[in-house]
Design a binder for this molecule. Structure first.
Ligand SMILES: [Zn+2]
Length: 138
């Protein structure tokens, strides 16, 4: 069962329980849902204001959507790995050398700690965080 916050065309708010979202649509279409205050059958789901205080609300990601995201991230990674040199934990150092033209300009990727990343930003050195893939988190 799903509880919907509903609203009639005169903006009376009320709640209703339905088997499913399809059941709700069907019942509204057949005018089986009416406003308890005015009897109007022009009923729709009320717009819910986002609840700011509970910002930790979990977003539901379907397995298909998740697979798409991971695939897109993998493509970004693959492109970087193809065109850039892996410098591992020396990333901040290398990025700095390139920025100050102490070495030839090239694409690099590697790891940087949060404080290293912060320093780079403060020095105006451009870099882009790479997406973390699920297999990295093992
Ligand atoms: Zn009403």
């Amino acid at each position: 069962m799903i509880k919907y916050q509903l609203q009639c065309d005169k903006d009376h708010g009320f709640a209703g329980w339905f088997q499913s979202s399809e059941a709700f649509d069907k019942q509204v279409k057949r005018k089986l849902v009416d406003c308890p205050k005015c009897g109007s059958t022009k009923v729709r789901k009320a717009l819910m204001a986002p609840n700011v205080s509970t910002s930790k609300k979990k977003t539901e990601i379907t397995p298909a959507a998740r697979a798409e995201i991971v695939k897109a991230m993998r493509e970004v990674r693959a492109k970087v790995e193809e065109n850039a040199e892996y410098v591992g934990p020396r990333f901040a150092e290398e990025a700095r050398r390139i920025h100050y033209k102490e070495t030839e300009e090239k694409g690099i990727y590697g790891e940087a700690s949060l404080s290293e990343a912060k320093d780079l930003v403060e020095e105006g050195i451009d870099f882009m965080p790479l997406p973390v893939l699920p297999e990295d988190q093992n």
